[in-house]
Design a protein around this ligand. Structure first.
Ligand code: ZN
Ligand code: ZN
Ligand code: FE
Length: 761
């Protein structure tokens, strides 16, 4: 037995996210508390502590590190060994060498911490009311970094020279702001001001808050420069202001996110469970999609026709100050023009957003990396990403395989995130959004370049979608590499879900999606696949149907409905089509299809939903992506509210590898004619999809002897389908895996592309 007071020396190696998160000062302070001597330093793999002192204190020290690390640290492993005594005179922090810093990962942005909140609300504090307050535990990171290693010189805080007091805090290991790179105060840091549309100064640092409150009260729309881009803000209780914002932004129905003062405010409008609460309060500070309460009292035009609302809490000091005024809820939507990238600089804001906003809250801390708010939802107790971005990225994901060449996977064309693989870790980028414009393309390229610089990496292999016309592919091919790997869209969906779940065996992939380019040149999207990272087989798919007029049929679901009716039910279908949509609309569509004019074939699950949604008269024209399917899905939640429940489903056929929807569509029309409620029809349609997939999975499983099933694709944002299908398959003995680390929509496919490329190396 060792004597508790015997002086002992340990060298402790800690791996994980332990750099740039205040780990060394934390270690320093614990060591001082316990009267230990030695040193702490960053290494290429993490943090190393060389420490000596009474055995008993060393044991306590180790336990504290493991059990209560600093808030932002994520410890993956702790190793230690005993060495002969060195007799250190004191405990000290060794400054990092540039080389070590280059290997460390840039941390994500962090929502304001409680202590900083206290500082800005404390009249006696020197940072009272200062909107750029931050510390080692919170503040901007990824969005302000230009290159590595992560220190002030490599951030947009470079131009602000620390004042004496900030300098002292920065160098004091006992201060909360020790080595906080963006440290600043009113004396030395960024400034804020407000201008009108013409760029004229209307309020300075001391008046800005009251000014903004006053104009918001009058129903004005204000652009506010935030962490990763501009927000467009207006009073969330002012229906007229919201209508105005929608009109000016040309966004008639797409849900708008709000920011609430605190949890109590959120509870007034939405249901909130423990997980959702924790997520709202977390350092990630995402937009959390919550269920509205039945007595929801905010204007309906915030998220019309939808039973949920995207909510976030103030995540910068500027936001906290904003909510000291008369508002407890503000609309805070991305500051961009329709589908273009979110605006990040002052001049661009005035140029692009002046048609939308009345006033602009500007500041002089530049945003280096554009980064939208993340959007998440808790489904069945687990996190699901609609949008993976601020607070999470760069997001490391451990892979089940390792690559000896660095890989860049460019992602898809819509809802883009890209991904970089270094050995056995993937790093997901922020949300890039739509690439199908020149601006989008440029945004992707510059974001890729920045990201690679931050990871200190040059890709040797680049993965891209196999679609011949994607602008994202043009971007991918413009970046030099040794090897380019084209990936089938749905194969990438499948492998993405495999990768994040650490699966290496063959799986059955259920990919229910909008549309993606298939090997036969058609647009796939309702796929039951079998395979692994290197190859796949298409086992079942929905029958093809023309997309009359191409893209426009996606935006106008009534066209898709007409196509379904005519293509699968012929004369009978035309009859119903004319009854529902009118002869003058239906005939030209039939003609387009008959002449095979710009009518590519598709079997997207999303298109099937679109057709049914339009047939039922729920959504004939879509004003945002997925609207028809989302609104059809909403009927299911409505049904549950009304206690309508059924396991009934419509008939369908599976002939060889093709799922035939003729009988389904006919039965839906008959139900509609009988006057069955749309809730029930929607429920039965959802059940049909579930039933079809179940049968396909069973058949594929029997044929190939595979038991693992992965779900991917945008349709799995549909909670009813996700939960019910998962339960059904699980209770029948299948191992079902879903997305929790990357989006199930196209935002997640870059990870899958990277794995496909990895398997080809
Ligand atoms: Zn803080
Ligand atoms: Zn200062
Ligand atoms: Fe997709």
């Amino acid at each position: 037995m060792r004597n508790n007071s015997e002086v002992t020396r340990y060298v402790i190696k800690i791996q994980g996210t332990v750099q740039g998160v205040g780990f060394r000062p934390y270690v320093y302070n614990r060591a001082i508390d316990l009267n230990l001597k030695g040193k702490v330093f960053n290494s290429s793999e993490g943090v190393v502590i060389d420490v000596e002192g009474p055995y008993e204190n060393l044991a306590k020290f180790l336990e504290t590190l493991k059990k209560n690390p600093p808030p932002l640290a994520r410890i993956e492993s702790v190793e230690f060994k005993e060495l002969p005594l060195f007799n250190y005179p004191s405990f000290f922090i060794v400054e990092s060498r540039e080389e070590d810093g280059k290997k460390a990962l840039i941390p994500p942005d962090v929502g304001i911490c409680e202590e900083c909140k206290r500082d800005i609300l404390n009249e006696k504090d020197r940072r009272y009311m200062y909107p750029f307050t931050n510390c080692t535990n919170c503040g901007p990171r990824f969005t302000i970094v230009t290159s590595i290693p992560y220190d002030r010189e490599k951030t947009s805080m470079k131009k602000f020279r620390m004042c004496e007091e900030c300098e002292r805090e920065y160098h004091d290991p006992e201060d909360r702001r020790f080595h906080a790179q963006p440290i600043c105060c009113r004396k030395c840091g960024p400034k804020l001001w407000v201008v009108d549309r013409g760029g004229n100064l209307v309020a300075g640092e001391n008046e800005w808050l009251h000014f903004v409150w006053e104009v918001l009260k009058k129903g004005k729309i204000v652009a506010i420069k935030s962490l990763g881009g501009f927000h467009l803000a207006c009073n969330a209780k002012d229906e007229e202001a919201i209508r105005n914002l929608r009109l000016r932004k040309r966004r008639p129905r797409k849900p708008l996110a709000v920011m609430c003062r605190d949890l109590d405010t959120v509870r007034k409008y939405c249901f909130l469970n423990e997980e959702e609460e924790a997520l709202l309060l977390s350092s990630y500070a995402p937009i959390v999609v919550l269920r509205k309460r039945p007595d929801f009292s905010l204007p309906d035009n915030l998220s019309p026709g939808i039973s949920t609302l995207g909510v976030m809490l103030p995540y910068t000091p500027l936001h906290v100050l904003l909510f000291l005024g008369p508002f407890d809820t503000l609309v805070m939507t991305s500051g961009n023009v329709s589908e273009l990238p979110i605006v990040i600089d002052n001049e661009k804001a005035l140029e692009e957003l002046s048609q939308i906003c009345d006033f602009f809250v500007l500041h002089d801390r530049d945003i280096v990396n554009r980064c939208d708010d993340s959007v998440v939802k808790i489904v069945d107790g687990k996190i699901g990403f609609f949008r993976l971005s601020r607070g999470y990225v760069p997001k490391p994901i451990s892979l089940p395989l390792s690559s000896f060449l660095p890989i860049l996977a460019i992602g898809g064309e819509m809802k883009n995130n890209f991904c970089v693989v270094k050995e056995n870790r993937a790093f997901m980028s922020q949300y890039i959004g739509e690439i199908d414009t020149e601006e989008g393309k440029w945004n992707l390229l510059s974001s890729v370049q920045n990201f690679l610089r931050l990871l200190n990496l040059e890709p040797e292999v680049i993965a891209l979608d196999s679609h011949p016309g994607y602008l994202s592919s043009e971007v991918a091919l413009s970046i030099p590499a040794k090897m380019y790997v084209k990936c089938q869209h749905h194969h990438a969906h499948m492998t993405s879900c495999m990768a994040e779940n650490g699966i290496v065996e063959d799986v059955i992939g259920v990919v229910l999606d909008g549309t993606g380019y298939g090997e036969d040149g058609n647009f796939w999207g309702f796929e039951i696949l079998k395979g692994n990272y290197s190859s796949y087989e298409r086992v079942f798919h929905l029958a093809y149907c023309p997309l009359p007029g191409g893209e426009i049929a996606i935006k106008e679901p009534w066209r898709m409905a007409t196509s379904y009716l005519y293509f699968f039910l012929r004369e009978e279908g035309i009859f119903y089509g004319e009854e529902i949509f009118g002869r003058e609309r239906v005939r030209p569509i039939v003609e387009i299809i008959e002449k095979n004019f710009n009518s590519p074939l598709t079997c997207g699950c999303g298109r099937f939903f679109d057709a049914v949604s339009a047939i039922l008269g729920i959504c004939e024209k879509s004003t945002y992506e997925g609207q028809a399917a989302i609104e059809l899905g909403e009927l299911v939640s409505e049904a549950h509210k009304k206690n309508v429940e059924t396991d009934d489903f419509y008939p369908y056929e599976i002939r060889e590898e093709v799922i035939l929807p003729e009988k389904t569509i006919l039965a839906i029309i008959k139900d509609k004619e009988k006057g069955l409620s749309p809730y029930l029809i929607s429920l039965k349609f959802h059940n049909t999809i579930i039933q079809i997939v179940k049968e396909c999975v069973e058949k594929a499983s029997r044929r190939f002897g595979i038991n693992k099933v992965v779900f991917s694709g945008g349709t799995f944002h549909n909670e009813y389908i996700l939960i019910k299908l998962k339960r059904l398959l699980s209770s029948n003995g299948y191992e079902v895996y879903t997305h929790e680390k990357v989006p199930t929509n196209d935002g997640g496919i870059a990870l899958g592309q990277a794995m496909i490329a990895l398997s080809k190396i």
